[in-house]
Unconditional design. Structure first.
Length: 390
């Protein structure tokens, strides 16, 4: 196991009625005037917004609203949010929605107290060390942004999707009421499941030896997802299954299952170019890319894939030809995502073969500067993975 530090100080309030804590938590973390940030309107239609405002009113906390965050959130609204925060002397941002709303809130939080262009953080990888405090009210189990120090934004100028990171972006608190996810369409629910499982896989596929505890945690989260996911697709009001998946989304991405080991993250980089170019849901893109990545790197580094197949997917070990076992695990993973309604190739996703050179170029990896921890990938490898996904 490698040396690591782990400091993840988000306060979680989980379960039915947890939104009643919002006002008190904003005060606890120093908020006196709040920007309530939300997406395309689902929270207004399903009553979540009113519940949030009721809690703010009860604590006499003034607020300004900014809605309109689109999935794959854009820079334009971030600039608008920064302006509002400065003009209105906002000192706390409350994100009510999914990963897109939370990431947009984090970008506004960083940009408001930064003298330069907020995009500097996304274009250079410079760590975000100062930001307004952010709280979240999660409405979809997926990105894990409710417990992560990350934010992903698409710049409208060229449609580049880039991430920024820094401990200052970790939410001060997150409200996780699984009931809030019951209004999600099945497709969005499945996109979330695909993302959660991908977050575990990005950490699981590691060359670091003797990481039994995190290996077993990863396998446990994946096995629980395999058990719980079909239940919520069948019955969107299955509270217990929603609750398990909601907590899995947090656990999969606050790095508790990834400490002390080298991680991969190629599939995310490769997928981000798809959602930037075609505006497809991140989880749907991952359902296409992760199995393709697995098939490509499996042959270069077989060991962990055999373990994945046997321990997570219950495949029989073929001692004579371990490649068959590894392949069976990948096929079961892909078939599982398809059974939930996810796409499995470029065509079903709405991506085009002729755009592959553009996708590779946008990603920007070179032979000298490859991506990936488990297997290093240069432009040729990345192109091959897009082609395997056709
Ligand atoms: O915009 P509204 O009207 O709210 O509708 C949203 C949106 O259309 C809808 N939705 C959310 N909760 C709902 C609901 N509809 C009905 N009932 C509810 N309770 O769902 C749609 C998708 O929302 P979005 O926030 O885009 O989903 P998700 O949480 O999957 O976030 C995806 C974004 O997160 C980024 C992705 O790249 C993508 O941009 N990621 C962020 C990460 C992070 N910050 O740590 C890590 C991830 O790997 C990921 O890259
Ligand atoms: Zn993701």
């Amino acid at each position: 196991m490698e040396n690591f530090t782990f400091y993840a100080p988000t306060y979680f309030s989980f379960g039915k009625g947890s939104e009643k804590d919002i006002g008190a938590l904003v005060k606890r973390f120093g908020g006196k005037k709040v920007l309530v940030h939300y997406g395309g309107g689902s929270v207004k239609r399903n009553g979540i917004f009113d519940k949030v405002i009721a809690s703010l009113n009860e604590s006499n906390i003034p607020y300004v609203e900014l809605g309109g965050v689109r999935p794959n959130p854009r820079s334009g609204l971030v600039y608008k949010g920064i302006d509002i925060c400065r003009k209105e002397n906002i000192d706390f941002i409350l994100a009510v929605g999914g990963g897109s709303v939370i990431d947009s809130a984090k970008a506004i939080a960083a940009g408001t107290v930064y003298d330069g262009d907020f995009w500097d953080y996304y274009s250079t990888g410079k760590k975000v060390d100062r930001a307004l405090p952010v709280g979240t009210v999660l409405t979809i189990a997926a990105a894990g942004s409710e417990g992560s120090p990350d934010s992903v934004i698409t710049h409208e100028d060229g449609m580049y999707k880039r991430g920024a990171s820094g401990e200052a972006l970790r939410p001060k608190f997150s409200i996780l009421n699984p009931e809030f996810t019951e209004t999600l369409p099945a497709y969005q629910t499945a996109c979330g499941i695909s993302d959660i499982m991908a977050h575990v896989c990005e950490r699981y596929f590691s060359n670091t030896k003797n990481v039994e505890i995190t290996d077993r945690l990863c396998e446990g989260v994946l096995k629980a997802m395999i058990e719980e996911s079909p239940k919520v697709i069948k019955n969107p009001h299955d509270y217990e299954a929603r609750a398990n998946i909601m907590w899995a989304g947090m656990v999969a991405h606050n790095n508790i299952v990834g400490v002390g080991r080298e991680q991969d993250w190629s599939s995310h980089a490769i997928e981000h170019e798809l959602s930037a170019l075609y505006d497809v849901a991140h989880g749907a893109g991952l359902a296409v890319i992760v199995p393709a990545w697995m098939k490509y790197v499996m042959k270069k580094n077989l060991g962990k894939f055999v373990q994945f197949a046997v321990r997570v997917w219950g495949c029989d070990m073929n001692f004579e030809n371990p490649e068959i076992t590894a392949m069976e695990g990948i096929n079961r993973y892909s078939a599982f995502l398809t059974s939930l309604g996810m796409p499995s190739n470029f065509k079903e996703l709405g991506a085009k073969e002729e755009d592959i050179p553009t996708l590779v170029k946008h990603l920007g990896a070179t032979d000298e500067n490859p991506i990936g921890g488990y297997v290093k990938l240069g432009p040729k490898d990345i192109e091959a993975i897009y082609r395997l996904a056709l």
